[in-house]
Design a protein. Structure first.
Length: 150
C-alpha cells in the first residue's frame, strides 16, 4: 500500500512569507546577521548612589566596557559638569540605552563625545551654551602716534 504525505506541502501553504526559507544560491543559503548596535546603544539598568555627577558617571559606566576620558583630554569646562550634585530624580536608570542615559544626566548643554577606539566617553559644551570670548577693546592712538587702551 502506498502512503503519500501532503504535510510539507500544506505547511508551505499555511506559513506566511516572512517565514519562508532563505533563497539558495548555487546550493548554498546566504545567511544575514543583524547588525551589531553601537556600544552606546547597549541597555543599562542601574541604581546610582554617587553624590556628584562624576561619581554617578563612573557607576553608570561600570561594566559597560567604557570609561571616562582623562580630564586633560576633555573639554576644559568638564569640571563644571563633574562637580554638580547628582540629581535624585535620575537615581534609577533603565532600561535605557547607555548613550541616552549619559545625555540625560549631562543635560541639554552638554554633548556626549565617544572615542570608540579607546572605549572612552566624555562631554563637551554645545556651541549654543559656550560663553563668547571676552571682547577686546579697540586701541586708540595718542596724539604722538602711540597706542593706548581705551
Amino acid at each position: 500500500m502506498l502512503k503519500v504525505s501532503f504535510l510539507p506541502l500544506a505547511a508551505g501553504l499555511v506559513l506566511p512569507a516572512s517565514h519562508a526559507a532563505e533563497p539558495l544560491y548555487g546550493g548554498y543559503a546566504v545567511l544575514t546577521e543583524p547588525s551589531i548596535a553601537p556600544d552606546l546603544d547597549q541597555t543599562v539598568y542601574r541604581r546610582v548612589r554617587g553624590r556628584s555627577v562624576l561619581e554617578g558617571l563612573r557607576e553608570i559606566l561600570h561594566g559597560t566596557g567604557y570609561r571616562l576620558a582623562e580630564p586633560a583630554a576633555a573639554d576644559p569646562a568638564i569640571g563644571r559638569l563633574y562637580d554638580q550634585p547628582y540629581p535624585d530624580g535620575q537615581r534609577e536608570i533603565g532600561p535605557r540605552a547607555l548613550g541616552a542615559a549619559l545625555e540625560r544626566l549631562a543635560g541639554p548643554a552638554w554633548q556626549v563625545v565617544e572615542d570608540p577606539v579607546n572605549r572612552r566617553v566624555s562631554f563637551e559644551v554645545k556651541a549654543a551654551y559656550r560663553s563668547p570670548p571676552a571682547a577686546r577693546q579697540p586701541l586708540a592712538l595718542t596724539a604722538d602716534g602711540d597706542r593706548r587702551d581705551r
